[in-house]
Design a protein around this ligand. Structure first.
Ligand SMILES: [Cu+2]
Length: 142
């Protein structure tokens, strides 16, 4: 009877360890969006993306309730003019960090239902090919 009891104690500890290892694979941190002026239908979201796993992955899709659609864009300087290019699928190598920041990668929100107001928070879902779904809270600020 005593051995059986101790076996049951070990199991939850193993599950806890497995859970934290999974959370360390693909991480999306410090997500924020810039405030938008009334009548503007597009917004931007930035965050730190890191692939802490040993597998390469791909960001396939983004969903949010605040806009009709969301996609990855990259700002590039061509002939001294900043242009945005759509990135259909973002590849992220094992151990790679991708910075979504002004002047580079960003998530473009298209068809905002309401202006984004400082202090507001909204959910953004990122769908990865290997890691699956990641949900982050995005803070709106200037
Ligand atoms: Cu853009």
């Amino acid at each position: 009877m005593t051995t059986r009891k101790s076996r049951w104690l070990v199991l939850p500890l193993l599950l806890l360890a497995a859970g934290s290892a999974l959370a360390g694979q693909i991480t999306v941190n410090s997500a924020w969006a810039r405030t938008t002026a009334p009548g503007v239908s597009m917004g931007v979201v930035y965050f730190h993306l890191e692939n802490g796993s040993t597998k390469s992955d791909r960001l396939l899709k983004l969903n949010t309730s605040v806009a009709a659609s969301a996609g990855v864009h990259r700002t590039e300087i061509v002939d001294d003019i900043a242009r945005m290019r759509e990135v259909a699928v973002l590849h992220i190598a094992p151990g790679e960090k991708v910075e979504f920041a002004p002047g580079g990668y960003h998530v473009m929100l298209m068809g905002l239902s309401k202006p984004l107001v400082a202090g507001q928070k909204f959910k953004l879902e990122l769908v990865f090919e290997v890691a699956g779904l990641r949900r982050v809270e995005v803070l709106v600020r200037d």
